[in-house]
Design a protein around this ligand. Structure first.
Ligand code: ADP
Ligand code: MG
Length: 387
C-alpha cells in the first residue's frame, strides 16, 4: 500500500527509518460552488484517494523533501521559507511548518518523503492533501496534539491555507483543507464560510444502494486565473451595490428584490447563482437528513444549470459529462470545483454505475475529447496517522 511506499521512499532517500507515516485525503464538493468567498455554505466529502507523508523530525531547522510525484530532493531551511520560496511543489510542504511557526507553535525541521494518490490538478485537491498530510505529521512528531480535537484540526487547516496562499501563492478559500482535516467517513462536511462552523451530515450512499461517480474530465483551459478574479470581483460589486458585506446576507426570499436593484444583467446573473446555490446547499442538507436522494439529484442538476448559465464557469467537457450521466439514469450530476475543467460528479444507483461510466466515455469519444478518468468514491476518513 502507499503508506509503505512512502516509508520505502524515505528509507531509500535518507538512509534511515521515518518516525511514522501520515496521510490526508483529497476531496470532492457535493454542492456549493463559489460560495466560500461569499460567506456561504459548501458540502465536501473526503475521498478514498490519499497523499502519504513519511517524516522524521530534525533539530537543525533543515527541511529535506522528496516526492514520488516530484523531481528529486529539495532542500531548504525553515528560516529561508517565505512568500514564493521554495518554488514548485515543495512550497506546499515547507509552507506548513512555516505557517505553524507563525501561528505560535514550536516546530523544527524535518526530512519527508511523499507519495500521493490524489490525481494532481484534477480539481480533487491534491494540494490540500499534501499540506494536510505534512501538517498531521508535524503535529504528531512535534507533540502539538492538534489532531486530537476539532479545534486543533481547524487550526491545522488554517495553517495549511496560509501555506498555500502565502508560500505557494495560490488563492484558496479553505474548503479543501477543512475537508481533509475535519470530514469523516460516511458523512459530508457542511462548512459555513461565514462563521467557520462545521456540521457532519450523513452521506452513506452504500447503505442506500447508491454510488457517487467522479468524472475527471482532464480538460485543460487557459485564462482560468482571470476568470476566478472576475467572478470574485462581480460578487463583491454586487454585495456593495446591495449594501451588504457578502451575498450570504441576501436571503432567497429577498432575491427578486435584490436583483431588481442591481446595475446590470451580468451582476444579476452572478448574484443569482450565489444566492440560489447557498439555498441549494441548505436544501441538500435537508434532503440528506431525510434520505431523499431523488431531491439531492434534482439539486445537483439545478446547481449545474446555474453554474453553466448564470455563473458561466462550465466547459463543454463538463456539460457533456453531466448530460451523458443523466441520460444513463443518474439521479443527478453536476460539475464540481472552480470550473473551466476539473471534475464532474454523478449520483447513480449502484447497478447503473457501469452504464453511466460507459455513457460518459462514449460521449467524450464521440466529441473527440481526451478520454476522462471515471471512478466511484465514498465519503472517507480525514487526515491521520497510518504507520
Ligand atoms: P489540485 O489541488 O486540484 O490537485 P492544485 O493546482 O491546487 O490542483 O495543486 C496541484 C499541485 O500540488 C501540483 O502541481 C504540485 O505542485 C502539488 N502536489 C500535489 N500533490 C503532490 C505530490 N504528491 N507530490 C508533489 N507535488 C504535489
Ligand atoms: Mg488545490
Amino acid at each position: 500500500m502507499t503508506a509503505q511506499r512512502a516509508a520505502e521512499l524515505f528509507r531509500e532517500t535518507f538512509g534511515e527509518e521515518p518516525e511514522g507515516v501520515w496521510s490526508a485525503p483529497g476531496r470532492v464538493n457535493l454542492i456549493g460552488e463559489h460560495t466560500d468567498y461569499n460567506g456561504g455554505l459548501c458540502l465536501p466529502i473526503a475521498l478514498p484517494h490519499r497523499t502519504y507523508a513519511a517524516l522524521r523530525r530534525r533539530d537543525d531547522g533543515r527541511l529535506r523533501m522528496v516526492s514520488a510525484q516530484g523531481d528529486g530532493l529539495v532542500e531548504t531551511s525553515l528560516d529561508e521559507v517565505g512568500p514564493g520560496s521554495p518554488e514548485g511543489w515543495a512550497a506546499y510542504v515547507a509552507g506548513v511548518p512555516w505557517a505553524l511557526a507563525r501561528a505560535g507553535h514550536e516546530v523544527g525541521g524535518f526530512d519527508v518523503a511523499v507519495d500521493g494518490g490524489v490525481p494532481l490538478g484534477a480539481g480533487l485537491s491534491s494540494s490540500a492533501a499534501l499540506e494536510c498530510a505534512v501538517a498531521a505529521a508535524v503535529s504528531d512528531t512535534g507533540g502539538l496534539g492538534l489532531l486530537d480535537s476539532t479545534r486543533g484540526r481547524a487550526a491545522l487547516a488554517a495553517a495549511c491555507v496560509e501555506a498555500e496562499n502565502t508560500v505557494a501563492q495560490a488563492p484558496t478559500g479553505g474548503m479543501d483543507q477543512s475537508a481533509a482535516l475535519l470530514a469523516s467517513a460516511g458523512h459530508a462536511l457542511l462548512l459555513d464560510c461565514r462563521d467557520h462552523s462545521t456540521e457532519q451530515v450523513p452521506f452513506d450512499l452504500d447503505a442506500h444502494g447508491l454510488a457517487l461517480l467522479v468524472v475527471d474530465t482532464r480538460a485543460e483551459h487557459a485564462l482560468v486565473d482571470g476568470q476566478y478574479a472576475e467572478r470574485r470581483d462581480s460578487c463583491e460589486r454586487a454585495a456593495r451595490e446591495l449594501g451588504v458585506s457578502t451575498l450570504r446576507e441576501i436571503p432567497l426570499e429577498g432575491l427578486d428584490e435584490a436583483l431588481s436593484s442591481l446595475s446590470g444583467d451580468l451582476l444579476r446573473r452572478r448574484a443569482r447563482h450565489v444566492v440560489t446555490e447557498i439555498a441549494r446547499v441548505e436544501a441538500a442538507r435537508e434532503a440528506l437528513r431525510a434520505d431523499d436522494f431523488e431531491r439531492l439529484g434534482e439539486l445537483f442538476l439545478e446547481s449545474h444549470a446555474s453554474m453553466r448559465d448564470d455563473f458561466e464557469i462550465s466547459v463543454p467537457e463538463l456539460d457533456t459529462a453531466v448530460t451523458a450521466a443523466t441520460g444513463a439514469g443518474a439521479l443527478g450530476a453536476r460539475m464540481t470545483g472552480g470550473g473551466f475543467g476539473g471534475s464532474a460528479i454523478a449520483l447513480v444507483r449502484r447497478e447503473d454505475a457501469d452504464a453511466a461510466r460507459a455513457a460518459v466515455e462514449k460521449a467524450f469519444a464521440d466529441r473527440g475529447f481526451t478520454a476522462p478518468e471515471c471512478f466511484v468514491v465514498s465519503a472517507s476518513d480525514p487526515a491521520g496517522r497510518d504507520l
